[in-house]
Design a protein around this ligand. Structure first.
Ligand code: B12
Ligand code: SF4
Ligand code: SF4
Length: 397
């Protein structure tokens, strides 16, 4: 047992992880002040998951509550966390509205690849130590697990009012992954911490994240309405972004960091910065030029983002977001590029480009919208064009 724990800790250090802990697969801990499963069920029942239907499947709900349905015989869960930021973001370009803001977790390599590979290496190293075949399962993000709750049970931190897992010394710029095992790894708690911590944290009386959220996505502390969250709107939502929310996105084109940036625990964390090397920011992902992104074709998008978390949005989703950001910039110099986007093969891109032109509202924008309306066959795009025209001086012909 101790030998396995020591191996895991050594592997964690070698793999650049910030935290590793063990949680019992079956939660035998004394009742807590809140019931995470009840909270999850209530969240689903209230429809706060939006169109992420995989989160509401009845079988997936049952799996979250009983991991033995995910891996028969499971005894322990190794929870790992990698730090992806911990230093001040480079100031240049952040206030420039001709550039898009990308959430920090997407500045480096795709975290799914990084953590899955780390967990598989960890599993291999455990197999070398045990003289019987062992059953394992690796999850990063997409599995039927309450990853934040498992991290709490593994002693890796506490849940903040913004619903994020926060480590009292490293903050919340953490990404999580799990290794399920049919081995009992002993008592729950951390087995490796890049910066050890013997005290637990709380939010105290702070409410900064709730107050700062640009789309007012927290109906209550510890409760997020995903349908309003910019992360959902720009990454998970596949269709149109609701019109009334578009102005609130500003120039955020992929995810959002506001409720973590304002968190005092992340200021503490800067003194102990230890980001995983794979998440080192790649210059073209921090504040990319909006016009450059709008000009990407499928092949260009693939080349630029294939191994990045931005891939998840696909070209059509990213260009939808870029069009919204250009509309919010209100810059008439972007009209020619938006007019070209009115001819895009994707209706989703055409419709949001129309909205952006309506926001800019120049004479040139209005003329382009009128001629697009004369040719547009897609019903939803026509509605967007009509709504955009209605915002300006000219009426549809
Ligand atoms: C769906 C999802 C989203 C949705 C919904 C998020 C949400 N808060 O529910 C959207 C698309 C909006 C989203 C956004 C983001 N996500 Co996300 N997401 C997920 C996913 C796949 C499921 C989360 C889920 O089940 N939500 C439902 C709610 C009810 O569950 P929960 O978030 O676990 O909330 C728990 C607490 O609120 C707690 N609780 C409830 N009541 C109370 C009361 C008290 C007093 C306390 C203390 C706790 C408490 O119990 C709940 C159940 O465990 C997880 C991966 C996974 N499988 O767990 C990643 C995950 C949560 N996301 C992650 C990240 C990084 C993000 C973003 C930061 C990305 C970005 N920059 O844009 C934002 C953060 C937004 C935010 N404030 O949460 C990380 C979080 C790491 C961390 N440090 O917490 C995860 C774990 C992915 C990973 N593998 O690293 N995400
Ligand atoms: S990620 Fe942004 S939009 Fe989502 S809850 Fe946090 S502050 Fe609000
Ligand atoms: S900003 Fe304040 S309330 Fe929100 S998670 Fe951080 S400490 Fe908690």
């Amino acid at each position: 047992m101790n030998q396995i724990r020591a191996r895991v800790a050594a592997a964690a250090q070698q793999l650049g992880l910030a935290l590793v802990g063990v949680a019992p697969a079956v939660d035998g801990s004394p009742p807590r002040a809140y019931d995470p499963f009840a909270a999850y069920r209530a969240w689903v029942e209230a429809g706060l998951y939006g169109e992420m239907a995989y989160l509401a499947r009845p079988d997936a709900l049952a799996w979250r509550e009983d991991l033995r349905q995910v891996l028969p015989g499971v005894r322990s869960v190794i929870v790992v966390a990698a730090l992806y930021a911990g230093h001040d973001p480079p100031a240049e370009g952040f206030g420039d509205r001709s550039r898009g803001l990308v959430a920090r977790y997407a500045w480096g390599e795709d975290y799914h690849d990084v953590l899955i590979s780390a967990l598989e290496q960890m599993a291999a190293s455990i197999r070398d130590t045990v003289d019987r075949p062992i059953a394992t399962r690796v999850y990063v993000d997409t599995g039927p697990l309450l990853e934040r709750d498992l991290a709490v049970r593994a002693g890796l931190g506490f849940i903040g009012r913004n619903t994020c897992l926060i480590h009292p010394r490293l903050g919340s710029w953490l990404l999580l992954g799990e290794l399920l095992l049919d081995l009992d790894l002993g008592p729950p708690g951390p087995i490796f911490q890049a910066h050890s911590c013997h005290h637990s944290g709380t939010c105290g009386r702070c409410t900064r994240c709730l107050d700062a959220c640009p789309t007012h996505a927290f109906p209550a502390p510890y409760l997020l309405d995903a349908r309003r969250c910019i992360s959902y709107l720009t990454i998970e939502l596949k269709g149109p972004i609701p019109r009334h929310l578009r102005p609130l996105l500003g120039h955020r084109i992929f995810g959002c960091d506001v409720c973590q940036t304002v968190c005092p625990w992340n200021r503490v964390a800067q003194d102990h910065a230890l980001p995983h090397p794979a998440f080192r920011p790649q210059p073209d992902r921090i504040v990319p030029s909006l016009l450059e992104l709008l000009a990407l074709d499928e092949e260009g998008f693939r080349r630029r983002f294939r191994h990045s978390a931005l891939w998840r949005a696909r070209r059509r989703g990213l260009l939808r977001n870029v069009a919204v950001a250009l509309g919010n910039s209100g810059d008439p110099a972007t009209v020619p590029a938006l007019v070209r986007a009115l001819d895009d093969a994707e209706p989703l891109v055409r419709g949001h480009a129309a909205w952006a032109l309506g926001q800019i509202g120049s004479h040139e924008a209005q003329k382009a919208l009128q001629s697009a309306l004369a040719q547009e066959a897609d019903q939803w795009v026509r509605e967007e064009i009509q709504a955009a025209l209605a915002q300006g001086a000219l009426t549809p012909v």
